[in-house]
Design a protein around this ligand. Structure first.
Ligand code: ADP
Ligand code: MG
Length: 696
């Protein structure tokens, strides 16, 4: 009956039907295949359920008992309501507590048998008894498939209103029974053998309903041998797609830039500093790529302030010397404006033409670009919009790559015939991760800061210590240095209750009547913003109040102090980027983090690491740990397929294996002609995003 599981509607599986199918759709389960790969998010050990009296404190435990009371308790202070459920199994009592969820009461009846699980604790007042806060719960009933739900390791799936954990488990069991025989394994046999990987069918079954002797801790970490097989498949498909993308580019004919280096040398003569060894090495790698008759696709990674811009400019000059145009794309208008302000004089001094192109500028230099009169174009996404045509774009540079996805890169490349592409990022990420996120790119790293930089001193303050901060700002200004004050929002709003940049500016004007204070934010007109940035750069402004618009790339060496208001509200990567705006000159710089209460544990961790470390890699690792890989990498935005089974951090070794196998197969058979099934699975996995693959 069931043939292609990816096209078999879930509704027609026995025991589902239209009503449940609608609920399953909410979980993004539409086909039998979706269901098969809808994996449990945890497992519960119900092999031999403990007596309540034998539960251990501090452990995740599961117990079964009959409801003996279910009531809502009101605490005298505040209006906190607690729903308290008490169950008994004859050996002892177990309480479940749900905070501010009085409605839970209607779910339970006295005498019903329920399974409760969660971390067991003592009663906070009496120091005795067994309690679980917000336990997972499930009713025990004998509907004929009790063997699925008890006396075994039980899978727990994320579910949705109207579908109980138990119902969903029964459905999953049914789907597997009906479909497992029709599962098609696209991975070549020799790869499985070489890497000791289990068969697909047994791996799927065991990932849902594990064999009885499996180690539950290993299962819950997602690293049983069977789970690894499913993780491998995802990572393999991911890497296979990246291999296809990379291969597609490397066989294309590109421009061979063979410059003498006249412009670059003239630029270097004029620079007030010498390149660092790392800048020199990376520029060498770029030159080597540019000379080759294939399109360059290189990622430059380097912590904030390491000097990526000048390296980018040198690459652009190489292209220009060979008679081509270059484009530099930045993620925000402010950053594009900054790049323009910073480099246009150097570029014009060399006798070249440069222009700025952003969405909100009126004076759009379209014609000059199309006619090839402009050598270098600096801009935002506006660069990739329709109607912008270059005469002969040869080099494309994308700054702060983490803000752009694979797709946007592809669009910009289309503005030219196979241009060389350089992407730059200041988000330091571990190597294996970089391989995945930018797996279709070559990779260079500027791992050295220009000499004479002092690490920024970072301190954490509470609002009570504001006076100290104000004094420090006044002293800094007296020395002729400049200060950033960053707010999380432009305007106050009823909802957020946060200090805002507008109100903050007014307050600062009162506190520092003799200082020049200016405000900059994303809603201003670009001309106004440019004017503010230019006069801040020129030293006419003492304190620049802003929102996170200055987060990336802004470079003013004389600014040596930053105050971040509501620092508890910012993400770690953001804080590090913001702080990177100071510490760019030779003066000792300071960053003050002003945190308001209450701030949660995660926020504390973020602030803590900021105070302790200036090292972008350390901070990125911590960030990864706090946020998890999905959010850290922003895979959604980047156009990468989602991973369900695999976890790039946890499975980094497996990722390397998958990468080696995937790149190996594409090298031998670039279009997968000998693997039609694999090719089909690959296209499905990438959801039509492997454009190059389609045209080949
Ligand atoms: P980022 O890598 O964060 O984009 P920038 O390119 O903005 O860093 O450079 C930061 C600052 O360091 C700029 O003021 C730039 O002129 C300066 N700089 C770059 N390279 C060097 C160098 N080799 N020696 C001294 N200063 C440098
Ligand atoms: Mg930069």
């Amino acid at each position: 009956m069931v043939r292609d599981l990816s096209e078999f509607p879930i509704q027609y599986i026995k025991g589902v039907g239209p009503q449940r199918a609608r609920l399953l759709n909410r979980l993004e389960i539409r086909t039998a295949e979706d269901a098969i790969y809808y994996l449990p998010y945890r497992y519960e050990d119900r092999r031999n359920i403990k007596k309540i009296t034998n539960l251990r404190y501090g452990q995740i435990e599961t117990a079964i008992g009959k409801v003996i009371s279910a009531e809502v308790i009101r605490l005298p202070k505040g209006n906190l309501k607690i729903f308290e459920l008490t169950v008994s199994d004859g050996s002892g009592l177990l309480k479940g507590k749900w905070f501010n969820q009085a409605f839970m009461k209607k779910n339970f009846k006295i005498g019903q048998e329920v399974v409760l699980s969660g971390v067991v604790k003592r009663n906070p007042y009496w120091g005795i008894g067994f309690e679980i806060d917000n336990p997972e719960y499930e009713f025990v009933s004998d509907d004929g498939d009790a063997f699925i739900h008890t006396s075994r390791i039980v899978p727990v799936y994320r579910t949705t209103g109207g579908l109980s954990a138990r119902q969903l488990r029964s459905i999953m069991f049914g789907v597997l029974n009906a479909c497992i025989e029709h599962v098609y394994d696209p991975i070549p046999q020799d790869i499985l053998v070489r890497n000791n990987l289990h068969g697909l069918k047994e791996s799927i079954l065991n990932s849902h309903f594990p064999e009885v002797e499996t180690d539950i801790a290993i299962l819950n970490r997602g690293i049983s041998d069977y789970q690894r097989r499913l993780s491998f498949d995802e990572l393999f498909m991911l890497e296979l797609g990246l291999a296809v993308l990379k291969r597609g580019k490397s066989v294309e004919k590109g421009i061979s830039f063979d410059a003498k280096g006249i412009l670059v040398n003239r630029l270097l003569e004029r620079l007030p500093f010498r390149l660092t060894a790392a800048q020199g090495r990376v520029f060498g790698e770029i030159l080597y790529d540019m000379k080759k008759p294939y399109p360059m696709n290189r990622l430059i990674q380097g912590d904030v302030g390491c000097g990526k811009t000048i390296v980018a400019l040198m690459a652009m000059l190489v292209a220009v010397e060979c008679g081509y145009q270059s484009a530099l794309m930045a993620p925000t208008e402010i950053l594009a404006e900054q790049h323009y302000i910073n480099i246009h004089r150097m570029v014009e001094d060399l006798g070249l033409k440069i222009c700025l192109l952003t969405g909100s500028r009126k004076d759009r230099p379209f014609e000059d670009i199309a006619a090839g009169k402009t050598d270098i174009v600096v801009g935002t996404h506006a660069l990739i919009q329709e109607g912008i045509n270059f005469k002969n774009l040869g080099l494309v540079i994308i700054d702060e790559q983490h803000r752009f996805g694979v797709m946007q890169r592809a669009l910009l490349r289309k503005k030219a015939v196979n241009p060389d592409v350089l992407v730059m990022t200041a988000t330091p990420i571990p190597r294996t991760l970089a391989m995945t996120l930018y797996g279709d790119l070559d990779y260079s790293i500027i791992d050295e800061l220009p000499p004479g930089r002092n690490p920024v001193i970072t301190c954490l303050f509470s609002p009570r210590q504001k006076d100290y901060i104000y004094r420090a700002i006044a002293d800094e200004a007296k020395k002729g240095r400049q200060v950033y004050v960053v707010y999380p929002v432009i305007e106050e709003s009823e909802k957020s209750n946060l200090k805002s940049a507008i109100i903050g500016t007014e307050a600062l004007e009162k506190i520092f009547p003799s200082l020049k204070i200016a405000l900059i934010h994303g809603r201003m007109k670009p001309q106004e913003r440019e004017a503010v940035m230019t006069s801040f750069k020129g030293g006419d402004i003492d304190i620049l109040v802003s929102t996170t618009v200055i987060e990336v790339g802004v470079d003013i060496p004389n600014a040596s102090m930053m105050l971040i208001v509501h620092a508890e509200r910012f993400g770690l990567a953001q804080l590090h980027q913001l702080r990177g705006r100071v510490g760019r000159g030779s003066n000792q710089s300071h960053c003050f983090l002003l945190a308001y209460e209450p701030c949660g544990e995660e926020a504390r961790r973020r602030l803590d690491i900021m105070v302790r470390s200036n090292d972008g890699f350390r901070i990125a690792e911590e960030d990864l740990d706090i946020r998890g890989p999905g959010e850290f990498l922003g895979t959604r935005q980047s156009g990468m397929p989602d991973l369900k089974a695999a976890n790039i951090i946890r499975d980094s070794r497996l990722l390397e294996v998958a990468r080696r196998e995937a790149f190996g197969i594409i090298e031998k058979d670039p279009e997968l002609k000998g693997f039609p099934g694999l090719r089909k699975s690959l296209e499905r996995f990438w959801g039509g995003k492997l454009e190059l693959f389609k045209t080949s």
